[in-house]
Design a binder for this molecule. Structure first.
Ligand code: ZN
Ligand code: ZN
Length: 557
């Protein structure tokens, strides 16, 4: 028999029963209650209840409810046994499984069995990071402290069972079927190590975007809240990255006073004190990268920093032999970190270990590497300004193949499903096979400079250029459409379920739903301001920076 779970047919009036701190201290036994309701006016509801913890007992353990009927379920907690289990390392919550089935009238077959859970929580919360007991008032089921007072891990209660989870967790540690944080992160330039710049609606947790229509953008928060009026207060931002419900970006004043800022993505509240940098991260193509709980940034002068992403504390710093203009990119969960370099003799690609920042390899390249590298399937792709796309082996940096004579680049390489796309300053675009380096196609889409890293959603490439956005078919390299702009497009576009969004050097954000005309979606409203750095798309918002000194969070609707 099929077992389904249907949220609208949840038969209980509570999802979590919490033992009060007084009852927990008193010991003995305590009986809690919740109610089952059959809200359907036609059919009877049969429910079978079972608890897994041996400190719980239920009465009744099965029941049949007539249409519209309500019934109390008594849950008896043997408090001393529960405490003993908790002290032995057991979880502070135990599930009660409700298997229910609707029984139709005579002659109709029974409907599928549904499964649901009600949790019994002890008034104790355990830090998921250091496993110490938190002083939490759980009497209302939700008063988990914002962070652990012992290890400063940021905590987020599970929306279903209220168990404290780390901000990084996507599934609840008490029950992996509980989604604590469902939205996809955008931890690096272009949203992933291939810089694809595209997402579907589900991955953003959006359901309200109408198909075939442009998204609406409304300002959720900004930092600072209004553009600074004094030039010395203007911040020059790098590209933001968003993960775990936070957004981070580096910024510097005209005098070179540089910091990394981190904000809570929904409210814009600062997460930690700005992290000081010895010199700026390059404001246009540079950026921060968030990876496995850590935040990485490289300054123009080659200072590479690794900080705890959610605490803002320094883990290590090291100085690289060269200047850095593009964003560092993380490869696999274990590393290494890929850092593009400009050296006196040309350029290079440094591969750096994540744990202590010790070097894994350095591959010298003929030309300066001005943009971020890309990573996919054990291969590192690098554009250098001698006109070469190089494919290097991860860790060793060994050259696997190279394609010459492409031209100079403002764009990072883009990797999507086994193909590498290179947009050049001469207006040409190239596609190569990731495995072999074989050229698949090349096309001259414009005589203008392709001035930023493109996006790809599998069917189309979206190329920012000095004469607008060019759409090219990913399979054949055929130019499909151009959205002309009056000012150059240098910022990377993002694609949300086929709908295009991009910032322009007139300071405004434009968009076009698939096959539709372009519309202006948001105006930063500062004369002379430009959007140049790549945006991030996460948590139902697009995060972008403008040369008016402001980092914007624009919610998508
Ligand atoms: Zn802790
Ligand atoms: Zn949970």
């Amino acid at each position: 028999m099929a077992v389904t779970s249907n949220e609208t047919d949840f038969p209980a009036d509570l999802r979590t029963l919490v033992l009060s701190p007084a009852d927990y201290l008193a010991g003995g036994t305590k009986t809690l209650r919740f109610h089952l309701t059959n809200s359907d006016p036609q059919t009877a509801l049969y429910v079978k209840l079972s608890g897994t913890a041996d400190w719980l007992s239920l009465a009744p353990q099965e029941t049949a409810l007539a249409p519209g009927e309500k019934q109390a379920i008594a849950v008896t907690v043997r408090v001393d046994a529960a405490r003993t289990q908790l002290q032995a390392g057991g979880p502070p919550a135990a599930p009660i499984t409700l298997l229910s089935q609707r029984l139709g009238g005579a002659g109709s077959s029974p409907l599928p069995t549904m499964s649901a859970m009600v949790y019994v929580r002890l008034p104790v919360a355990i830090c998921p990071s250091c496993e110490r007991t938190l002083d939490a008032d759980l009497s209302d089921g939700a008063s988990i402290p914002a962070f652990c007072p012992f290890c400063f891990e940021r905590l987020r209660p599970c929306p279903i069972c209220s168990t404290p989870n780390t901000w990084r967790a996507q599934q609840c540690i008490a029950d992996s079927s509980h989604i604590v944080r469902g939205n996809a992160d955008w931890p690096v330039l272009g949203g992933d190590s291939g810089h694809t710049g595209s997402r579907d609606l589900n991955s953003l947790g959006l359901t309200t975007v109408r198909e075939g229509a442009n998204v609406a953008l409304t300002r959720r928060w900004s930092y600072p809240s209004v553009p600074p009026s004094r030039a010395e207060n203007v911040l020059f931002w790098s590209a933001p990255a968003a993960a775990y419900g936070m957004v981070a970006a580096a910024a510097a004043t005209a005098e070179g006073d540089a910091h990394i800022y981190a904000f809570q993505s929904d409210t814009g509240a600062p997460l930690w004190d700005p992290y000081p940098l010895a010199d700026p991260v390059y404001p246009e193509r540079g950026g921060v990268t968030i990876h496995e709980g850590q935040l990485y940034a490289a300054t123009v002068e080659g200072l590479l920093i690794c900080a705890d992403a959610l605490r803002g504390t320094r883990l290590w710093e090291r100085t690289l032999e060269g200047k850095v203009y593009g964003a560092p990119v993380a490869s696999t969960p274990e590393g290494p970190l890929l850092v593009p370099l400009v050296t006196p003799n040309g350029g290079g690609l440094a591969q750096i270990g994540l744990a202590q920042g010790t070097g894994v390899s350095l591959t010298p390249l003929e030309g300066p590497v001005m943009t971020a590298p890309a990573y996919a399937d054990g291969r590192v792709l690098v554009h250098d300004d001698s006109g070469v796309l190089s494919c290097l082996a991860l860790e060793t940096g060994q050259l696997l193949w190279r394609a010459n004579g492409l031209g100079q680049f403002q764009a990072a390489p883009l990797v999507y499903e086994g193909k590498v796309y290179s947009a050049t300053n001469t207006g040409k675009v190239f596609a190569h096979e990731l495995q072999t380096g074989k050229e698949l196609w090349q096309v001259e889409v414009t005589s203008a400079v392709l001035a930023g890293t493109p996006a790809c959603d599998g069917s189309l490439l979206y190329l920012p250029g000095e004469d607008g956005i060019h759409l090219v078919s990913a399979a054949l390299g055929r130019a499909v459409r151009r959205y002309p702009t009056r000012r150059p497009v240098r910022s990377s576009p993002v694609v949300l379920a086929g709908a295009l969004l991009f910032g322009v050097t007139d300071g405004d954000v434009y968009g076009a739903a698939p096959g539709r005309t372009m519309e202006r979606l948001y105006e930063t409203g500062t004369i002379g301001s430009q959007i140049i750095a790549a945006p991030a798309l996460a948590d139902g918002a697009v995060f972008l920076t403008s040369t008016n000194g402001v980092l914007y969070s624009l919610s998508l609707g």
